[in-house]
Ligand binder design. Structure first.
Ligand code: ARG
Length: 246
């Protein structure tokens, strides 16, 4: 090769390398994990294939306030928790109950929503009236606070599901006697299938949803909490409750 050709080649190579590093090194876009199987908080719109819900609106509003560039990644619940512990994702919003156990693996924002576990049964069920007289096979999503509650009920046997939608299907088909899950999710399923299923009793746990933050992103806790406080003052959470929960 002639000297000039070499120079041109080297120059092009350098441009190529820097272009490649620009695109692969987008440290500025934060990956937000969500398990979009939990309506109306996070779900995939069957028409548009878009991820939507209460949490998606919350996260977008926080990102806008705090000036964060985010992108949602739809992952299963189990990989979501494992990925947050390992630092695979930057953040997660997924109706995640803040627990002492999870705090060992990831950071949490201040709470932004209060929820509780509730029992859902078939519409014609007459003997089960709540967790206190629940016996038989009970469905819950694996690794959720709902599954932890089933484990505490003496007469109940836990059947775990990766996707809670299949638990509700099994309930309607008579494969299991009840589902235990977060109350907003249960109410959404009941709203969709009013003559097949119903909730019994009240929500029987006090839980608070938080945004999970990977330990290496501890600098994001402050700005995210400040954004939550501002959005709270602006009434965003009431607006979103009207939009998604009524
Ligand atoms: N709140 C419950 C928990 O933290 C269930 C959350 C499940 N969320 C989901 N998107 N699948 O254990």
């Amino acid at each position: 090769m002639k000297r000039k050709t070499w120079l041109l080649f080297t120059a092009l190579l350098l441009v190529g390398i820097s272009a490649a590093s620009c695109t692969s090194d987008d440290t500025s876009t934060l990956q937000v994990a969500t398990d979009a199987t939990w309506p109306p908080f996070e779900f995939v719109d069957t028409q548009t294939r878009e991820i939507k819900g209460f949490d998606i609106d919350v996260m977008n509003a926080i990102a806008e306030k705090a000036g964060l560039d985010i992108e949602f990644v739809n992952v299963g619940w189990d990989p979501l928790l494992a990925g947050m512990a390992q630092g695979t994702y930057d953040l997660a919003i997924s109706s995640i109950t803040i627990t002492e156990e999870r705090k060992k693996d990831m950071l949490f924002s201040d709470p932004y929503f209060a929820a509780g576990q509730i029992v859902t049964v078939r519409a014609d069920e007459t003997t089960i009236t709540g967790p206190e007289n629940l016996t038989g096979l009970v469905g819950a999503q694996i690794g959720t606070t709902g599954a932890f509650e089933v484990d505490k009920i003496a007469g109940a046997t836990l059947k775990t599901y990766d996707d809670i939608g299949f638990a509700f299907q099994d309930l309607m088909n008579g494969q299991i006697v009840a589902v235990i899950c977060d109350n907003p999710l249960a109410l959404d399923y009941v709203r969709e299938n009013p003559d097949r299923i119903k909730t019994v009793g009240e929500a029987f746990t006090d839980e608070f949803y938080g945004i999970a933050i990977a330990q290496r992103n501890s600098d994001l806790v402050g700005p995210i909490n400040a954004a939550i406080a501002e959005l709270q003052a602006e009434g965003l959470f009431e607006d979103l409750s009207r939009k998604w929960l009524e």
